[in-house]
Design a protein around this ligand. Structure first.
Ligand SMILES: Cc1cc2nc3c(=O)[nH]c(=O)nc-3n(C[C@H](O)[C@H](O)[C@H](O)COP(=O)(O)OP(=O)(O)OC[C@H]3O[C@@H](n4cnc5c(N)ncnc54)[C@H](O)[C@@H]3O)c2cc1C
Length: 223
């Protein structure tokens, strides 16, 4: 079993603490299944949160963007908060107050560090591309030196953070159980549609790695 994430004062899950977890395998499975990270950082003295893609390599998350990207520049050698969320369901309660959502989410805190080493930078590119579609780097043209130079790559250790998971139905007040209001869960899942081939494509190879329609990737996938 791998080491759990560091449980610090700022990652202590306070509200409904039993939904929290520091299990690294669980954290990794959420990171690997999701596509989208929300990166929180401070710029000009104010917080900002922007969405972006990412990739995981072992105990590190890589973020990338243009060298002029204000978010990445502000996040270089600075504290960031990366949040990754899988929305699993809408929870309908009998009362408006007790409506909720089923989810699996991860919050990571730490200092984002710029990757200067060219080999690691290339590796980070591959990890991010393969996160989007496993095995994609085996067929796509490799990143060239000019593309490498024009891209800023940051890494964040998966060290201080937490997962939080809600499952199950509505938690209504007992006196509301008899109300004639529909209660239950509307499951949600991210599902890939039929791939739409690019119109400019001359040759027509098979799309590797995706057999449509595809539900969310297996949580055990490790890249
Ligand atoms: C899809 C979705 C919808 C939500 N909607 C609401 C809402 O409308 N209102 C609401 O109050 N809460 C909502 N939550 C829960 C919310 O994310 C917080 O967990 C909650 O507000 C508890 O705050 P707190 O004061 O305990 O957290 P804090 O004391 O601020 O958090 C302490 C630490 O706990 C950990 N932590 C807290 N929340 C999470 C999380 N979700 N995932 C991983 N680690 C976490 C982090 O390490 C954080 O630094 C939602 C969560 C998700 C994923």
């Amino acid at each position: 079993m791998s080491d759990p994430l560091a449980q610090t004062d700022r990652t202590k899950v306070r509200r409904i603490a039993e939904r929290g977890s520091f299990d690294r395998d669980l954290v990794n499975s959420i990171i690997d299944e999701a596509y989208l990270a929300h990166v929180g950082f401070v710029i000009d003295g104010a917080p900002k949160v922007l969405p972006m893609t990412y990739g995981r390599d072992g105990d590190v998350i890589y973020l990338h963007g243009a060298v002029g990207n204000a978010m990445l520049r502000a996040s270089t050698d600075a504290e960031v908060c990366v949040t990754i969320t899988l929305l699993d369901g809408l929870v309908m309660a009998r009362s408006a107050f007790h409506h909720s959502m089923n989810y699996r989410s991860v919050v990571l805190l730490g200092e984002a560090v710029k990757v200067d080493d060219e080999d690691e930078k290339r590796r980070a590119f591959d990890v991010i591309v393969d996160h989007v579609l496993p095995g994609r780097t085996e067929t796509a043209r490799a990143t060239n030196p000019s593309e490498l130079r024009s891209t800023l790559v940051l890494k964040l250790p998966i060290d201080e953070g937490s997962a939080k998971i809600r499952t199950g139905g509505a938690v209504d007040d007992e006196e509301d159980h008899g109300l004639p209001v529909w209660a239950g869960v509307i499951p949600l899942a991210l599902v890939a549609g039929e791939p739409e081939q690019d119109a400019l494509q001359l040759d027509v190879p098979e799309l590797a790695g995706l057999t449509p329609p595809v539900p969310a990737r297996p949580t055990s996938a490790r890249r």
